[in-house]
Design a protein around this ligand. Structure first.
Ligand code: GTP
Ligand code: MG
Length: 298
């Protein structure tokens, strides 16, 4: 037995929408637990991913992107992200290697100034740019905030991610084991299943449709003899026209969404899945406090 103390702590991943926060969490865990897409504002909730390394437990927190929110739903998302900066042991501020710091990055830096936790600047997507650009980013950021570390990574290729995790581990305080070591996330499987369906809507539809979509799992039943999980889920949109798009010609789009989601849910649960999808309209739900609550955005 070594007498090095066990370390543990909570680490928030924050940044603008689409910078790769969720991709980074999945990469660190080596499993897909949070959804991603090439559209901004994909993540809507705070989701913890638990990463165990020798001598330490790191609880990473994926958050929605910080942006100028207009709708009630978006204001909720930004509030979730901003509140995730408080009461954590470390903040990872993610930016994109191919973007110069602008006003919106500066606004996040201003918020960080109120944080008592150390902050790492994580420069993501280094695979999309030349090394010179990364050096320029480092130079542009390093005088704006006393970042504890500046770490270039690619969440997509994994470049630099092991080093990032090692640096994170080193700053964590001595602490307890917060979660059993076979637990990957704090959210239930039925939530992840609903998110996977929502991801398929994000990836297969466009314009306002992804943003007008919410998904809930209504029932999640394991058949007595095992070997099959039966899931019924409802996709809520804001207008009849959006319902038409989600269903598609002769139900073709709903079928695509369903089969893409089913394959992934089967992988998640490691069993065959029977997935049934329903679509309903709740006019302007993203502005409606009661509906937001019903859909889990509280
Ligand atoms: N080339 C490249 N693309 C990346 C990298 N990391 C993420 N992406 C892509 O960037 C897009 C956004 O990734 P997400 O992980 O959904 O970004 P996010 O920050 O969680 O976005 P929100 O949840 O909307 O705030 C996706 O298309 C990813 O595949 C990277 O290191 N390199
Ligand atoms: Mg995300």
């Amino acid at each position: 037995m070594s007498d090095t103390p066990f370390r543990s702590g909570f680490v928030s991943i924050i940044g603008r929408p689409n910078v790769g926060k969720s991709t980074l969490l999945n990469r660190i865990l080596g499993e897909k637990i949070v959804i991603t897409s090439d559209k901004p504002q994909t993540t809507r909730n705070r989701i913890q991913g638990i990463h165990n390394v020798p001598g330490a437990q790191i609880v990473f927190i994926d958050t929605p992107g910080i942006h100028q929110a207009r709708s009630r739903l978006n204001k909720y998302m930004v509030e979730v992200a901003l509140s995730s900066i408080r009461e954590v042991d470390l903040v990872l501020f993610l930016v994109e290697a191919n973007q110069k710091p602008g006003e919106q990055e500066q606004e996040i830096i201003d918020v960080l100034a109120g944080s008592t936790a150390p902050v790492f600047l994580v420069i993501n997507k280094v695979d999309t740019t030349e090394k010179g650009a990364v050096l320029e980013r480092i130079a542009a950021y390093k005088d704006r905030y006393p970042f504890r570390e500046i770490v270039p990574v690619s969440a997509q290729t994994g470049d630099g991610v092991d080093r990032l995790v090692a640096l994170v581990r080193d700053v964590l305080p001595e602490g307890p084991v917060y979660f059993p070591d076979d637990i990957l996330t704090d959210v239930p499987e039925r939530f992840i299943a609903a998110e996977i369906i929502r991801e398929k809507v994000f990836r297969l539809t466009r314009d306002e449709v992804p943003y007008a979509t919410a998904v809930e799992v209504d029932s999640f039943k394991e058949r007595e003899d095992g070997g099959l999980v039966s899931i019924a889920a409802t996709i809520t949109v804001e207008r009849d026209s959006q319902k038409g798009i989600i269903i598609g010609k002769k139900g073709a789009m709903l079928k695509r969404i369903g089969s893409a989601a089913r394959v992934e849910i089967e992988h998640l649960l490691n069993t065959k899945v029977f997935l049934e999808l329903f679509v309903r309209v709740r006019k302007d739900w993203s502005e409606d406090a009661r509906m937001l609550k019903e859909l889990g955005y509280t």
